[in-house]
Design a protein around this ligand. Structure first.
Ligand code: NDP
Length: 448
């Protein structure tokens, strides 16, 4: 049973935003873990911190008209949710995917507040995107869409105000088109977007950051419990940016990746992903933008399971790295039956509340997204620092900082969980550690 205060705020959110299930889910996930903090710090209720933190500073929604290669006009919807800037400029990615709604953007922005606080870099929380689907579009169509999107977004962002980055459907190509348009409209050059190309403001190590960071976090979590990635079999879902670099780091540390997937199905690789297969996936997904089933067509011994998720295959570790709610209760039960010892989340909110409960009940080591995938935004923060100083760091410098940040996030989550009476519950620890930083800043800054 959580305190009456927490339940009241959750009910307010449900009453105000009845059509936003993903946002409600994220609010419930965070708030219910804050119970011991609320009891120990009555000032949180006195200052109405929960009521204020669930309400974004502002929501910007706009029309994005664009013309396809045949001259037909299309209209998509654009979003930017500036959620909370108590500890730094709004920061969070842009997602281009047909499933994007205000609910999805609000859940992502809400989670981003705590994730960014955990990195220790001064960044607030925000998120944006569009229901535009880049799949099957030509480069010229994607460019025209990005230019139209930025012709409205530019009014709302700035290096000290709000710094978007990539997410699903927004990679180096899209950031390039968006940045070009921003630069043209404002006639200025600043680090207003992260994930830029190296040579024009981008940081070495940014493409790798989320996937590598995920595995650094996983390794810390395993080490604290007498285990290591070496020798373990690993289920990875997705085959995009996060999945690609998480797989590479798992292989580097001596683990075996036995699955990858996309929105059409899963490939099962009983003998493990090889370097040659990994290079094929990089070309397939980043250059040709093809389907993961081609991996099974190209390599002997790789099975393709159309319409399936990776969770039914036997392995030691699961790294969900595709999308939200990809591990439901039944999937979690399969993982547990198959003897999985750890789940670390590369994607945002990939496990639903039932799955999380099952991990915790069954003593699965659970690395929640806002801690485990914070490496991406952390290196985005490092990109902002390099832009502000007009300098570039080496890959080794960035990677070392990323490792230190991930270690620190794990330590803070571990300590907070212990301090508030739930040792080993890294979800609770991460939520509490991130929340307290933001709540303290909000109290210091008065009611606004
Ligand atoms: P990409 O667009 O590079 O890749 C996404 C992958 O997930 C693709 O393989 C895609 O398949 C699959 N996917 C997307 N939607 C669905 C769906 N509805 N069902 C099944 N599979 C799906 O995105 P990223 O790798 O950047 O992002 C993956 C996750 O990681 C997201 O949750 C994102 O929010 C999170 N994240 C990303 C960060 C980053 O730095 N990029 C930072 C922190 C979190 P298909 O090819 O068929 O579309």
């Amino acid at each position: 049973m959580v305190s009456e205060y927490i339940e009241r705020v959750i009910q307010q959110v449900i009453a105000r935003d009845p059509d936003q299930p993903e946002f409600q889910q994220a609010v419930r996930e965070v708030l219910t873990t804050l119970d011991p903090v609320i009891k120990e710090h009555p000032e949180i209720e006195e200052h109405a911190i929960l009521e204020r933190i669930v309400e974004p500073d502002r929501v910007i929604m706009f029309r994005v008209p664009w013309t396809d290669d045949q001259g037909r006009v299309h209209v998509n919807r654009g979003f930017r949710v500036q959620f909370n800037n108590a500890i730094g400029p709004y920061k969070g990615g842009l997602r281009f995917h047909p499933s994007v709604t205000l609910s999805i953007i609000k859940f992502l922005g809400f989670e981003q507040i705590y994730k960014n606080a955990l990195t220790g870099i001064p960044m607030g929380g925000g998120k944006g995107g569009s229901d535009f689907d880049p799949k099957g579009k030509s480069d010229a169509e994607v460019m025209r869409f990005c230019q139209s999107f930025m012709s409205e977004l530019y009014r709302h962002i700035g290096a000290n105000m709000d710094v978007p980055a990539g997410d699903i459907g927004v990679g180096g190509r899209e950031i390039g088109y968006l940045f070009g348009m921003w630069k043209k409209i404002t006639k200025s050059w600043e680090g207003v977007l992260t994930g830029k190309g190296y040579g024009w403001g981008g940081s070495l190590g940014r493409p790798e950051a989320t996937g590598y960071g995920l595995v650094y976090f996983l390794e810390e979590m395993l080490k604290a419990n007498g285990e290591t990635v070496k020798g373990k079999t690993v289920l990875v879902s997705g085959s995009g940016n996060v999945a690609q670099y998480a797989s590479q780091k798992v292989m580097e540390l001596g683990g075996t990746v036995v699955t990858l997937s996309d929105s059409s199905g899963t490939v099962y690789i009983p003998d493990g992903l090889t370097q040659e297969m990994w290079e094929f996936v990089m070309e397939l997904k980043n250059v040709r933008r093809g389907r993961i089933k081609e991996l099974a067509e190209k390599f002997d011994g790789v099975e393709y399971h159309a319409g399936e998720k990776p969770w039914k295959f036997k392995a030691d570790i699961a790294l969900p790295s595709a999308t939200q709610n990809e591990i439901l209760g039944d999937d979690a039960r399969k993982l547990i039956e198959n003897g999985v010892i750890a789940v670390a989340e590369g994607a945002n909110m990939p496990s639903n509340l039932e799955a999380i409960e099952l991990y915790l009940k069954n003593n699965i080591l659970y690395g929640p997204a806002k801690a485990a995938n914070a490496g991406g935004v952390a290196v985005s923060g490092l990109e902002m620092s390099q832009n502000a100083q007009f300098t570039n760091w080496t890959f080794e410098q960035v990677d070392k900082k990323l490792q230190d940040i991930m270690k620190n996030i794990f330590e803070e989550s571990r300590k907070a969980a212990e301090e508030y009476g739930h040792p080993g519950n890294y979800l609770m620890g991460a939520n509490i550690a991130g929340f307290l930083k933001v709540a303290r800043a909000m109290i210091d800054q008065g009611v606004q």
